[in-house]
Write a protein that binds this ligand. Structure first.
Ligand code: FES
Length: 145
């Protein structure tokens, strides 16, 4: 039996770990993979799509080498998050959901990441960056260029 699925009483419960494994191997979760996972776990493909849409760490299209996920929820918004989102748009020349032409940067706007104590904050790939400022954004961009 598949070692991921073997950890769960019900096959369907392995959905998230299976999706993460696919993304880790292929970089994205394609439509073909969505269908294959649905067939494999015996669940509707629409359920797989809903889960991918809900979890911002799961993606259908390639992201930049550095992906910014900026929190737009209340604590972050009140402490300057909106200004940081506008700054990223201007600095990178892209809108949320897009990737720069050189493939280095992408950015999305997300809901609370559970780190309100360091608001305003964002994730840069897996790392949390808190008390976000334009200077911190500039440093990260410089690091990835
Ligand atoms: S409101 Fe931004 S991390 Fe919670």
């Amino acid at each position: 039996m598949d070692p991921i699925v073997a950890k769960y009483d019900k096959k369907q419960a392995a959905l998230l770990p299976v999706l993460h494994a696919i993304q880790e191997k292929e970089g994205i979760i394609s439509q073909e993979s969505e269908k294959a996972v649905a067939d494999y776990l015996g669940i509707p493909v629409v359920h797989v799509r809903e889960v991918i849409s809900f979890y911002h760490l799961l993606r259908r299209k390639p992201q930049g080498k550095c992906h910014f996920a900026v929190c737009q929820t209340t604590s972050c918004a009140l402490l300057g998050g909106e200004e940081m989102i506008e700054y990223l748009k201007q600095k990178l020349g892209i809108q949320p959901g897009e990737t720069t032409p050189d493939g280095k940067f992408s950015f999305s706007v997300v809901e609370c990441l559970g780190a309100c104590e360091i608001a305003p904050m964002m994730q840069c790939n897996e790392d949390y960056v808190g008390q976000l400022t334009k200077e911190k954004i500039n440093e990260i961009i410089k690091e990835y260029q």
